[in-house]
Design a protein around this ligand. Sequence first.
Ligand code: KMH
Ligand code: ZN
Length: 273
Amino acid sequence: MEKLIITAAICGAEVTKAQNPAVPYTVEEMVREAKSAFDAGAAVIHVHVRWDDGTPTQDRERFRVVLDAIKAACPGVILIPSTGGAVGMTAEERLQPTELFPEMATLDCGTCNFGDEVFENTMPIMRAFGKRMLENHIKPEYECFEKGHLDTVLTMAKKGEVPGAPMQFNFVLGVPGCTPATVEDLVWLVKSIPAGSTWTATGIGRHSFTLAAAAIAMGGNVRVGFEDNLNLARGVPAQSNGELVAKVARLAKELGREIATPDEARAILSLGR
Ligand code: KMH
Ligand code: ZN
């Protein structure tokens, strides 16, 4: 089995300090959380940004400052800025981090319910995002919340509307209103991806570590972090993203999977080729 790539989704757009005081908003807090995750074994950081008061933004200059500061604190780390942003943002707003030519960025693969809201990713939006990533040589991490999202993006890749093989998928399971975070659902999704693809599993909330364990055993990769889950165990708030990453690293060690460094992760993800 390949080494395990751990991604830390350190902040997200929805969680707040009221839910867990360690959720980062400021640049300094973002760097602190990224470094805690990096030091614990994360090769990849998935980045959303906030203004200092916690309001989510896709502002290009805020992204520039945060990405540069994380790069300086975590040498070699792979950064995946979000183009999902927060529910309700326009496509133009969401695309701003792609103007910074990151090596990767997320590309959300379909509209879905998102708790009480609707996360809008229409075909025209996805085509525009695919075009931008092709033009700017950005490798997408295809975020699939539903089986139909995977089928949609595979069809788009065949038509040349989004970057093609080797594709990297992130199966985000357990969002209220979307596919649940069960092992059966994960297996079903993984069976449907093209040979030579790579994949990551993200379990939301209390499913974070059960889905991580399944992904480790299946040879996939794992994402954890405050964006997805605020607790180290039931009723035990995590003090940092690093604690969440360290728990995945311990699970991997017990199951005999080694952890990939950023350079090893770059090779596994075929970056820079
Ligand atoms: N904040 C969610 C509505 C992404 O980063 O691309 C979308 C999201 C996906 O987090
Ligand atoms: Zn995200």
